[in-house]
Design a protein around this ligand. Sequence first.
Ligand SMILES: Cc1ncc(COP(=O)(O)O)c(C=O)c1O
Length: 366
Amino acid sequence: MQVPFLDLKRTHKLIQSELESTFTRVLEGSYFLHGEDVSSFEKAFGKEHEYAHCVSTGNCTDALQLTLQAIGIGSGDEVIVPAMTWITDAEVVSNLGATPIFVDVNASGLIDVNLLEGKLTPKTRAIIPVHLYGQMAEMETIMAFAKKHDLFVIEDCAQATFAQHQSKKAGTWGHAAVFSFYPTKNLGALGDAGCMLTQDADLAAKVRKLANHGAADKHSHEMPGSNSRMDTLQAAVLNLKLPYLEKWNEERREIATHYNEAFADLPISLPKMESDNIHTFHVYQVQTDRRDDLKAFLRDRGVQTQIHYPKAIPFTKAYSSLAYQAEDLPEAYRVQGQTISLPLFPGMTNTEKQYVIQSVREFFKK
Ligand SMILES: Cc1ncc(COP(=O)(O)O)c(C=O)c1O
């Protein structure tokens, strides 16, 4: 039997006719940028997040870099980022000439809030908490820390659309938040797309300008910007998928709960749902010091897995010049060697789930 890590075809089958009529409508209109689909997605997504201003962009990486640029991050500044995340969070800081300051993570892979004070210097300007795997970081502690030290907080919600902490959604805690609609995300477009959210109308307007060559209107360039747009077709697809997201997230949670119960007696560390959190299980990752053997065993049995991530960012070649050592970030170093993500996606059959469970159990019998 083969179990894919993710099968988007199944999700798309469920809404096939709606997708096809959307393609036809966009093709007939032949407006592929801007327009009603984009503005209605921005409105709908903002409304889902306490009526925040939503600025759509070409992807989440752009949304984050443009937000940092809009608040004036540049050479000489430091931005605190977790060590275990996707490279976006560090590279956007470097791209602006600032320095990412890496903080170790806790056992759940989330930024360790106990280490924040130790990372502070007179150059610290901002912090990017990442809601990794679909679970929110400890935002109340982060916001209190940021308030005390006058830091700007941008939540990276790429993996956590509709996750919650204390009944408040990811993206509604920080001064701004960014989202990815990369196809494999819980709310995925059919190509790249992203956005930023904020309650600050001036900041939203500035990011919107920066994403449009520094202009609010065509030809009125006020500053050098860049070109980062959500395509009309992607916005139309996201409008179509948005009402299904809660249901798809719930299905992910059910599979994760099933896995957690089935693996409870095994010598692996399971995803822990932190108190008062609603996890969206973008990724179901477990940790074991036999990770590489487990991965090979599952591959031989036809079960696809992934690793999020094989190297924490400070240990990649891109950041080798900062010379971080394993002992500087012990938990991120441990997680990179032990983490493995198992198949979990809406539309997964019971047979597939049982096969994954049996295969993992079989491995630990050896
Ligand atoms: C945590 C995190 N941040 C940022 C990104 C970047 O998103 P995008 O590919 O839309 O730029 C991703 C995408 O994989 C991500 O997982």
